[in-house]
Design a protein. Sequence first.
Length: 514
Amino acid sequence: MTRNDSIERRFSYKILASAITSGLGLVTLALVPRSLGSALYGQFDFLRSQFATIVNFLRTGTAEAFFNYNSRNENSRAAIVFYSLFAAAVSLLVVLGTWAAIVFGAADRAFPEIAGGHIMLGACVGLATWIFTVVTGFGDSKGQTRQVEIIKVVSRTAGIVVLVVLFVLNAITLTAYLIYTIAIMLAPAVVSAIYYRRSNLADGSAPVQRGELKSIGKYFLTFCSPLVVYSIFSLVHDIFDRWFLQFAAGSEQQGYYALGFRVASICTLIILAINPIFMRELSKAHGEERLGVMRTLYNRYLRMIYFLVACLAVFFAFHSNEIIYVFGGEGYRGASWPFFLMALSPIIAVYGQLNSSVYFSTERTKSYRNILLVFMVAGLPISYILVAPGDYFVPGLQLGAVGLATKKLAVQFAAVNALAFFNCRYLGASFRKLLFHQMLMIGGLAGALWVFKGGQVLSEPPAGWWAMFRMILTGIAYSVFVLAVIYCKPALAGLSKDEVIRLRNKIPLFHKRQ
């Protein structure tokens, strides 16, 4: 068994790898939306989103159960065999179900304006993303963060080289990009699986007995059964949101929403990267009945990650037009406000992801289900009212991508704070302090940017590169402001004064003379 790194070192690896991956993601953002155009890019993201929702429904919390089990148990061979069989069955069901929908014409209504071949590739994107998440997450559950992150970064870098070649050859079509997405998900998953096998991370050599599989099945059933009803509502809710936007507003509005979602995804890379480590440590502490350790982890890392993501998200939101100008071009002129709203969504996603991890780590899946069901039921009519055209039988506000983005922010903010409230009661933490921290960070960061931009929220759509130069100058001033906040009030970023001083002293300019 390979030696595990400390939690601090694993967080460092994750943040460094996330920074690199975010940079590579910006390259993708600079090439793909402009090459495909708003309509085709909207179709791609619509397919990605819908099949991600379908796969999430079919797996119904099993990925979290698999991660939780592996975090607590050294011998994972039986769990690997069980989950491999389950994944194969789900994959077969998705492929056959998609094929049948295309053949019998149901896909035409489910995926308006999209060809059958692209729909099948979209199904494969959903499955490949799931496989990537589970396989690479297995390394995190075993404390092998550094090795897995190296594999992911190398694979992603190679993928960017391929994408640049396709761009130079003017070969980025919807078909090519769907196939490319499948490949960049499966490549690191395959390499990681080979590494796990050679490192014997499954920790067991004897053949798996039927009784072991039966025991694993009972664990998964106990963990996941409370989530079945939630998964059904989640399927209906998430499928409806993106389908109704496509049906009522068309591919162009879908493209505006997708561009904002893609930038939001770059910010949420930090959450997605760090969340497995956070969940592993919570699972271990819960298994050892160390509530104080869980409370410390929760208070510290919720603030730290929230601060990091808020700094990025607020900056991106305030520079929506400049970013659209660079990455989207003229075809995305109408995306300013959808982009602004979606750029803020990672701030809420921080609380959603990390608070969800607490529920899964403590196996309180029934409470998790009950809380989120309330907000899902409320979200459906809100989506309809904000997106539906005014000439429908039940008229709506016809806000398109702006309406869906507004609904997502409002409902998710309420939902994740409800999750946080009950987590605080369980852990003995102060919800009032966490809520105050949220408001203070958003208000302070937004206020600073408003001042740096001369009293503007969104700049006028740029006509040249002067706007980008101004954005860089604003970014420098904003960075100095953020560093000053961290130094003067480190607790806002989940740090202590001693930690900030140690970080400062690692910079050559501040090395103390001996």
